[in-house]
Ligand binder design. Structure first.
Ligand code: CA
Length: 403
């Protein structure tokens, strides 16, 4: 598309609006503004126009301003708690040191459009100017109540750094990456990091590019408060009824919740089952050594467990590992006296078991040595000693609700 054609037909430039839905109210809480151009044949996205490095910033600024003006004029008739997301890359935002754009927004505020309703969706991964200055500008904008969303980008490390530095109000996560299973695991890890970070800094997660039901489920399950994508609604020229998807989203949530509850129930039932098994075996083997106890447990938990060991409440290992290799069970003496108190949740779980005198089945995690996804059943065996039984992937696979 020819940039000149656009610049000489500015009256054909206009905004599209893509609705953003919230999980807590199941209705539209915002629109993202997207630039469109109506050529003779069709309506096209202005995305590539704004990304084109050949086009001078002042032209981009002019076209963008037009879209913003048209969008906010139209948005004036929306209910006052509906926010407007505006895409800003760093170059565009830094145009004229950010002053002309702010003046423009302040004009709208004078006419009654609160700047608290503006969310700037920023991306700065291609910016080669001074990032400190850019951050200062954003902080300045925020003093007017303007919110900041950070859009996901290809370079994850940069993304995570920037989230830490900017402490945005909203973190946008692009679900396109989820489509390819090759990057699936990696994406899960990044997402986990993001959700922890979001919680620490009090940011909300917004999942975008939701195109299928399972992606909505993924977003819901991973702490997504806001959702956007073709599966919910494509961008369009008009605003929509806020409750457009309320009943559909409620239905969806009902399915997600039932599914998740079934899984949690399965974990609960399995924990009770392991608890009963271990309790029985340990009651029968009270006076024996830990190795003999392992042998008795191995018999009872054949096909379930592949590793057992005992730690004291400070995490020091008081037994060797009993490990099931290709040839059967054997002892790994080198683990004696190792310490595991540094592992996530270790001490929390000890305190819980100590007080409740009950076993715990862990969440799914990747075993460092075997590389397999497993769970661990831990159990207060006697005095201040705790038994750990690693449950094989095979068993979890056969009981798929545990995966
Ligand atoms: Ca965007």
């Amino acid at each position: 598309m020819d940039a000149l054609e656009i610049l000489s037909n500015l009256d054909q430039v206009f905004p599209y609006f893509q609705p953003i839905f919230s999980a807590d109210e199941q209705r539209i809480i915002a629109y993202e503004v997207l630039g469109r151009y109506k050529s003779e044949e069709q309506i096209i996205s202005l995305g590539s126009f704004f990304q084109d490095n050949e086009i001078p910033d002042e032209y981009k600024y002019e076209v963008d301003l037009l879209i913003v003006r048209k969008a906010l004029e139209k948005a004036a008739k929306l209910e006052e708690d509906i926010c407007i997301f505006l895409n800003r890359n760093a170059d565009l935002l830094m145009y004229g040191s950010g002053e002309p754009f702010l003046q423009e927004l302040l004009e709208f505020e004078k006419n009654g459009f609160s700047l608290r309703r503006i969310v700037l969706e920023i991306s700065d991964h291609q910016y080669d100017g001074d990032l400190d200055q850019f951050d200062h500008l954003l902080q300045y904008y925020r003093t007017y109540g303007i919110k900041i969303a950070i859009a996901s980008m290809n370079r994850e490390s940069h993304y995570i750094d920037r989230i830490g530095q900017l402490k945005p109000d909203i973190i946008k996560i692009n679900l396109e990456a989820l489509k390819s299973t090759a990057t699936g695991t990696n994406f899960n890890d990044v997402l986990y990091t993001l959700s922890l970070l979001a919680r620490k800094i009090g940011a909300m997660l917004l999942f975008e590019n939701i195109e299928m039901s399972y992606q909505l489920q993924f977003a819901w399950k991973n702490g997504g408060r806001y959702y956007q994508g073709y599966y919910l609604h494509p961008p369009s020229v008009e605003f929509l009824s806020r409750d457009l998807l309320k009943s559909r989203l409620k239905e969806k949530f009902h399915d997600f919740i039932s599914y998740e509850k079934r899984k949690l129930e399965a974990v609960y039932v399995t924990t009770e089952y392991f608890q009963a098994q271990v309790q029985e075996v340990s009651a029968k083997n009270k006076k024996v050594s830990y190795v003999e106890l392992f042998q008795a447990l191995a018999k009872e938990m054949e096909g379930i467990a592949f590793r057992m060991y005992i730690c004291d409440e400070d995490g020091f290992q008081k037994s060797a590992n009993m490990f099931k290799g290709a040839e059967g069970w054997y002892l790994q003496m080198e683990y004696l006296n190792k310490n595991w108190s540094w592992r996530p949740y270790f001490l929390e779980n000890i305190i819980k078991m100590r007080n409740e005198r009950k076993g715990i089945l862990s969440d799914l995690y990747c075993d460092i040595e075997t590389g397999e996804t497993i769970r661990t059943f831990s159990y207060p065996i006697s005095g201040s000693d705790y038994l750990f039984i690693d449950i094989s992937y095979q068993y979890l696979y056969e009981h798929e609700q545990l995966l």
